[in-house]
Write a protein that binds this ligand. Structure first.
Ligand code: F6R
Length: 271
C-alpha cells in the first residue's frame, strides 16, 4: 500500500489525478475507471478535467463504472448518483455517455441489478483503476460495517451514520434513501489498482483503521490491505492518526527515477 500525504486537499486532487493519468498512459485510451461520488474525489475530477481541456489527457474512449447508487430516487433527481456522475464526471471529463455506467437503483429491477452490473464490468474487461472515498465508519462504496469482505454488487441498507453524513446533500434527513446498490468489496478488490482519497480531520480515524488497523468487516475499507496495488492519497488532517506517517513521507519523497517514470509498471509504483 502506497500512502501519499499531501499538504492540503488541492494537493490530494493533483496527486490523485496524476496517478490516474499515469495509469491511462500505461493502459491506453480504452481504460476502465471506477468512479466514486461524494465530495472526496471532486478535486481529482476537476484536475482531470483541466488536463482534458488542455489536451494532455484524452478520455473520450474511456469507460466508467460508478461505485454505487441510491435505491428509489426518481430518474433525474439531482442527488441520484446517475446525475452526480453526469455533472461531475461524464461532462467535465468529455466521456462518451454510452460508456458511463451506474448501478440501477430502480426498485423494479433490483433482483437482477447487481448481477447485471457485475456482467457489464466483466464485459468491459474489468476496472483498471477504482477511485474510492471513505466513510467515517470505514465504508468504501456503500459497504457498511459487517459487509462481507468478498461481497459482490448488491442491495445494502445504509447505516444511520451514513444517512446523517449524506443529509447535507438533501433538504432533510428524511429525504435520504435507506437503501442503495453498491459494488461489493470483492468487486472493488477485482480492480487492478485502487486509489483511495480522503481529506479532513473527520476522516483521520477511518484512514488509520483502514491503513494500519486489523483487516475486519467492521472497517470494510481495511480489506484493501489484501490488494496488491493500492494508493492512498490523503491530506495532513486525514493522515493525522497514522503512526507510520514519517515512513510514508520518506518513501514518497525519496522515490527514485525508475519509480517516478510514468510508464513504470504498478509493481514499481507502490512502496
Ligand atoms: C460514494 C461512496 C462513499 C463515499 C464516502 C465518503 O460513491 O461510495 O463511500 O466515498 O461516503 O463520502 P465523502 O467523499 O462525501 O466524504
Amino acid at each position: 500500500m502506497e500512502v501519499v500525504i499531501c499538504p492540503d486537499a488541492g494537493g490530494v486532487g493533483e496527486v490523485s489525478a496524476a496517478t490516474i493519468a499515469q495509469i491511462v498512459t500505461r493502459v491506453g485510451p480504452q481504460v476502465v475507471i471506477g468512479a466514486a461520488t461524494g465530495s472526496s474525489p471532486l478535486a481529482t475530477y476537476s484536475e482531470l478535467a483541466d488536463r482534458v481541456r488542455a489536451g494532455t489527457l484524452d478520455l473520450s474512449q474511456a469507460s466508467v463504472f460508478a461505485l454505487d447508487e441510491y435505491v428509489g430516487l426518481p430518474v433525474g433527481h439531482p442527488e441520484s448518483y446517475h446525475d452526480c456522475i453526469r455533472r461531475t464526471v461524464t461532462e467535465p471529463l468529455g466521456l462518451d455517455p454510452a460508456r458511463v455506467h451506474v448501478p440501477d437503483g430502480n426498485p423494479d429491477g433490483l433482483d437482477t441489478a447487481g448481477q447485471r452490473y457485475e456482467d457489464a464490468i466483466r464485459a468491459a474487461g474489468g476496472v483498471d483503476v477504482q477511485i474510492v472515498g471513505i466513510g467515517v465508519n470505514g465504508h468504501i462504496g456503500f459497504n457498511e460495517p459487517t459487509s462481507s469482505l468478498s461481497s459482490r454488487t448488491r442491495v445494502k441498507t445504509l447505516t444511520e451514520q451514513t444517512r446523517r453524513d449524506n443529509a447535507r446533500f438533501f433538504d432533510s434527513l428524511d429525504e435520504v434513501p435507506r437503501h442503495c446498490i453498491t459494488q461489493g468489496l470483492g468487486t472493488v478488490m477485482d480492480a487492478r489498482h485502487v486509489l483511495l482519497v480522503a481529506t479532513g480531520e473527520h476522516k483521520a480515524d477511518a484512514v488509520a483503521a483502514v491503513v494500519e488497523g486489523p483487516v475486519t468487516a467492521m472497517r470494510p475499507g481495511s480489506v484493501l490491505q489484501m490488494h496488491p496495488h493500492v494508493t492512498v492519497v490523503v491530506d495532513e488532517a486525514a493522515a493525522s492518526r497514522l503512526t507510520m506517517a514519517d515512513y510514508f513521507r520518506a518513501a514518497y519523497d525519496n522515490r527514485p527515477d525508475w519509480q517516478r517514470n510514468p510508464a513504470a509498471p504498478p509493481s514499481l509504483l507502490t512502496v
